[in-house]
Design a protein. Structure first.
Length: 311
């Protein structure tokens, strides 16, 4: 199934290929950017509730979750019934979703969770190459310790699509559905395409190494170090048939300056949708890779639809 929507804002700038995996150009936000009055809660105090936290509905609280010796920041806007988890693309912390969270909460009444992946926002840095297995473990640990183990709608942008795929494979009963927003999907990562992405972005990686301590550059470098092996494995990953998925694909794609790569991106989304049941393809006409910024109403609508249909 395919739907189209009218254009609202043109693409901001051409994004480089590997950058979509590790840092979204022009959209990286400063760490923090959350209400300073947020409540800090230890992991041990939030493990027992059926839905995350025990805070007043509509209030956002910060929960620091320990996983394997490092701490991760999970931001919980308490609701009732179901849970929506928003996972940002590479290089972006949880504040990427700050404009969407209150709208989602108001529209659905659900608990809304955002979080900072390791090395971003308020979460601890984990040295070494980026490992999707570690990222999946971090997400799972946070949701388990927050009590969000059922009726979860996972919303994943860009690089977070990889995390979503492996999380869904391993924890299908946790998810009632997913909305994959211009996300990295397995069919994209053929050996040929992976080699193209690596070659295209080597100059950007080299430039990042000259200033390796910023969160964005650090993640770009760590992603590049593991990119070939990670991509080869991800190409073979499968999405469970039991988890419904809506795939929103941008018209411009991350490769607006490369027609061949842009077509491959769109073909990967189409192939993913055709490969299993309960999958819907939605095209965000006129949008750049930054669909949550370019077309927030579209993203909000598709999340609402997924929550309503599968809870």
């Amino acid at each position: 199934m395919s739907r189209t929507t009218p254009n609202r804002r043109s693409v901001n700038r051409v994004l480089s290929a590997l950058a979509l995996l590790a840092v979204t150009a022009g959209a990286v936000t400063a760490c923090g950017d959350h209400d300073s009055a947020s409540t800090h809660t230890s992991a041990s105090s939030v493990t027992s509730s059926a839905s995350p936290g025990a805070d007043k509905a509509g209030a956002t609280s910060l929960h620091m979750i320990d996983n394997g010796g490092h701490r991760l920041a999970f931001h919980v806007t308490q609701g009732h019934g179901s849970t929506i988890v928003l996972d940002s693309g590479g290089g972006n912390d949880s504040s990427y979703w700050k404009d969407l969270v209150p709208k989602l909460h108001a529209a659905t009444g659900a608990t809304v969770i955002t979080y900072d992946r390791a090395g971003l926002g308020k979460s601890d840095v984990v040295p070494g190459p980026w490992k999707v297995e570690s990222a999946v473990s971090d997400l799972k640990a946070g949701l388990q310790q927050l009590g969000a183990t059922r009726n979860v709608t996972l919303v994943s942008h860009s690089q977070a699509g990889e995390i979503a795929t492996y999380f869904a494979e391993q924890n299908p009963k946790t998810l009632s559905g997913a909305v994959l927003v211009d996300a990295n999907l397995p069919p994209l990562f053929t050996d040929e395409e992976t080699a193209r992405l690596l070659a295209f972005d080597q100059p950007e990686v080299d430039a990042a190494k000259k200033d390796p301590d910023t969160p964005q550059n650090r993640q770009l470098i760590s992603t590049a170090e593991s990119f070939a092996a990670t991509s080869k494995a991800y190409y073979k990953a499968t999405w469970p048939d039991s988890v419904p998925a809506t795939v929103i694909v941008s018209e411009k794609t991350p490769f607006d300056g490369s027609p061949a790569d842009a077509q491959h991106w769109r073909d990967a989304a189409s192939s993913f949708v055709k490969d299993g049941p309960h999958r819907t393809l939605v095209t965000a006409e006129g949008s750049s890779h930054e669909v949550p910024k370019d077309r927030p109403a579209l993203v909000l609508r598709e999340i609402e639809s997924m929550v309503a249909a599968h809870h």
